[in-house]
Design a protein around this ligand. Structure first.
Ligand code: PLP
Length: 220
């Protein structure tokens, strides 16, 4: 099933769009099956769990951090991930920068936008994004490459559209501003139920879990 799911989704993606397989709670065997079907990017939410899975699978795919990252886990995250999609504070960016410096690495990051302006959600408020970008762009070992957003949770994908539009508009504004050290290449938006809407609104990275791997079972 996983193989068919990956192939079916990839066939429908417009050119230039990359699929991130959101792999929280999935076993190494399930993830390997997705990789064999052509998935090239694994997304993970939890550093600890990603580490275990990474040891089992190795660098057969690129790894993106898509969950909230605490600064004190930056060092571990830098070891595993090829991109961190959820940078939302200067403190976290500095911790990533420091970990990279010690490992002689440079980390591509996306800035997470709290497009729904929800108090309990991660991400920087749209109005604060540019000043955060300016600060982070000073760091030598962190490369800003785009934006990511979740949007408020809803059962109806149409409800996500205004938040995707808002994030895309911000993406284009920042691109036009041509800030030194800031590249706007990736726009990560959309999950299983909302990725079609996200694609219509300009996403070029989509993060899909359930539609690839089936319903999540948190009890196992
Ligand atoms: C779990 C997760 C996804 C994928 O969710 P599905 O609804 O299973 O497709 C995408 N993005 C993030 C940040 C996630 O945590």
């Amino acid at each position: 099933m996983i193989k068919e799911n990956v192939k079916r989704i990839m066939e429908t993606l417009p050119p230039g769009v990359q699929l991130v397989g959101a792999a929280k709670t999935r076993t190494p065997a399930e993830i390997l099956e997705a990789i064999q079907a052509g998935l090239t990017i694994i997304g993970h939410n939890y550093v600890q769990e990603a580490e275990t899975t990474f040891e089992a699978i190795g660098p057969k795919a690129r790894w993106h951090m898509i969950g909230h990252l605490q600064s004190n886990k930056a060092k571990k995250a830098v070891r595993i991930f090829d991109m961190i999609e959820t940078v939302d504070s200067f403190k976290l960016a500095k911790a990533i920068d420091k970990a990279c410096r010690n490992m002689d690495k440079s980390m591509p990051v996306l800035i997470e936008i709290n497009s729904g302006e929800e108090s309990q959600k991660g991400g920087v408020l749209p109005a604060d994004a540019v000043s955060l970008l300016r600060e982070i762009s000073q760091l030598e070992n962190v490369r800003i490459m785009g934006l990511m957003t979740m949007g408020p949770f809803s059962g109806d994908p149409e409800d996500a559209r205004p938040f995707f539009q808002k994030t895309k508009a911000l993406f284009e504004d920042i691109k036009k501003a041509n800030l030194p050290g800031v590249e706007m290449k990736y726009l990560s938006m959309g999950m299983s139920n909302s990725y079609r809407v996200a694609l219509e609104e300009g996403a070029n990275l989509i993060r899909i879990g359930t539609k690839i791997f089936g319903e999540r079972d948190y009890s196992r």
